[in-house]
Design a protein around this ligand. Sequence first.
Ligand SMILES: [Zn+2]
Length: 292
Amino acid sequence: MPRFRQLIDRARVALAVAAMGLGLAGCQTSSVPKISSLPRQCEVNLPHLTVRSDVEIHREDPFLQDLLNLGKEVRATLHLPPAKRPVTVYLFRDEARYVRFMRDRHPGLPARRAYFIGTSKELMVYAFWGDKTMEDLRHEYTHGVLHASLKTVPLWLDEGLAEYFEVTPTGPIGLNRDHAESLSLAVHNGWKPDLRRLEQVDDVSQMQRGDYQEAWAWVHYLLQGSPDGPRQLMDYLKALEDAAVAPALASRLEADLHESEQRLVVHVAGLGLSALTSHRSPPGKPEHAIAR
Ligand SMILES: [Zn+2]
């Protein structure tokens, strides 16, 4: 596996490119950024997180507190070691400028609403101001938090955790309603999980909607649907702290794998029912989109 494999989604990309941070501090009132430049009008530095934005932001802005809280939640839930690297979030003023930037600076990447790009020098999130900004930021920043603490993160787990933590904290923790409802229907039609197959998908361009759903389901099952699940997941994450190549979780589960897959089916079927019957989010909440 190449040291810098390319991981493409709205989500995470690792590229062997030079870091592009501009190192400017504080809000600026100078000229509008040139096309293809990174946002640099305003910068806020927080613990493990720097946000650079085209439009003015303040340390007290609620979305910054939400990101900080998310980082704490991810680290606490997963018992991650302290972050070894900061994450920089670049917020473009609108979709058009973001699209131009991505087209000019990363022409090989497919169009996506947001990106996480990890290099040897910087962990970066690209997003733009819009209706779905917070949802996108929660997803991408989760990738950033994971990669800031772990040496490697297998694709399925990276996406499963991002799908889990992108859910806004107003409802049941980690309950991605779209995934729950879709998987519940799939279970009704005979779907079965296959962790060994899922772990073989190591290029995000190969990941299908069903793979994101199954990745989320494994994370939800391990964290909330199995007495041994949290310990199994934490042990696995511990192994990822220093592993250059991720070991297979399926191999670590060994004799328990088949039983785990059977229990996961029951778990997601129940989640689907819960998603259908629990309180719906208000209309203003961004819908979940698999735009990758
Ligand atoms: Zn992602």
